[in-house]
Design a protein around this ligand. Structure first.
Ligand SMILES: Cc1cc2nc3c(=O)[nH]c(=O)nc-3n(C[C@H](O)[C@H](O)[C@H](O)COP(=O)(O)OP(=O)(O)OC[C@H]3O[C@@H](n4cnc5c(N)ncnc54)[C@H](O)[C@@H]3O)c2cc1C
Ligand code: FES
Length: 253
């Protein structure tokens, strides 16, 4: 997992599109080229015209190319409401790419829940995985569907309003039972989803699951200690030691 090198960038949100219920895609034009990055890296975004929120917010890199950066976010609070509603063009300041990344490898399995699809989508499009599982809460929150269908991803919703009905972790579990070569799994989703994957890893054996974790972050590069969590091996900083960790290292034996 390669360490990223961060730079400070000035940007302008020049395009915004609603993808699903409360889920938006934004395109940011940058003052300079975005550095090389890896799947799983993130950026800290500061709304430089606003007095509140003062602190920047972390977002996974959806896609970056030359002088443009694309993010996908769900509206949950102050910053995301502003990002979804402010008239465009809208100026932002950002730091990135930050954090470590998902492991490289062939024939891996991939599982994403909700917004956890954002850092994994581009790697799914590049056919890095032998099987892909994606879960959403309901049909209203399904996004990036065309690409997922092209790559024959297995899709479920919790309420069955699109795809198979049920938690994606349980379909993944069923698949693992029948899978001979289990190997490496990359995962991104909410805390409960990652916890369930850890239960599955313990039961199924012969798999290594790497998950991307979310915490509140104030700086994003290891200085403020605001993202520190306790693990069986001691305290870790999610922003700079992660956000991608082997589930075993976070949840323990
Ligand atoms: C590495 C990383 C990558 C992320 N990538 C994405 C992404 O690609 N798309 C996306 O939509 N979101 C992503 N997030 C989450 C995103 O940072 C938060 O949703 C955002 O900071 C909320 O800001 P806000 O001001 O709108 O919400 P606030 O007004 O600050 O909070 C609203 C509510 O959300 C909760 N909350 C806020 N941030 C977090 C968090 N990090 N973990 C748990 N609960 C939180 C608060 O406790 C509160 O209940 C990522 C987080 C991390 C750490
Ligand atoms: S967010 Fe500041 S140390 Fe991690």
């Amino acid at each position: 997992m390669r360490e990223s090198r961060k730079v400070l960038l000035e940007g302008t949100i020049c395009n915004r599109k609603k993808l699903a219920d409360n889920i938006y895609h934004i395109k940011i034009e940058l003052d300079k080229e975005f550095p090389e990055y890896s799947y799983g890296n993130f950026v800290m975004v500061n709304l430089k015209e606003e007095l509140s929120p003062l602190l920047p917010r972390p977002f996974s890199i959806f896609r970056a190319k030359k002088r443009s950066l694309e993010l996908i976010f769900k509206v949950v609070g102050v910053a995301t409401t502003l990002l979804a509603t402010k008239p465009l063009p809208y100026p932002v300041r950002l730091w990135g790419p930050l954090g470590n990344s998902f492991p490289d490898g062939k024939d891996m399995l991939c599982i994403a829940g909700g917004l956890g699809l954002v850092p994994l989508y581009e790697s799914i499009m590049k056919e890095r995985y032998k099987k892909v599982f994606v879960g959403f809460r309901n049909q209203g929150e399904v996004y990036l569907l065309n690409g997922l269908l092209k790559k024959e991803a297995f899709i479920s919703t919790d309420d069955g309003s699109y795809g198979k009905k049920g938690f994606i972790t349980e379909f993944f579990y069923q698949c693992l039972i029948n899978e001979k070569d289990k190997g490496t799994v990359v995962a991104c989703g909410p805390q409960g989803f990652l916890k369930r994957l850890w239960e599955i890893e313990k039961e199924v054996k012969n798999i290594e699951i790497y998950g991307s974790f979310e915490t509140h972050m104030a700086c994003g590069f290891g200085v403020c200690l605001g993202c520190t969590i306790e693990t069986p091996k001691g305290m870790v900083k999610v922003c700079s030691d992660g956000p991608v960790f082997r589930l075993k290292d976070i949840f323990g034996e």
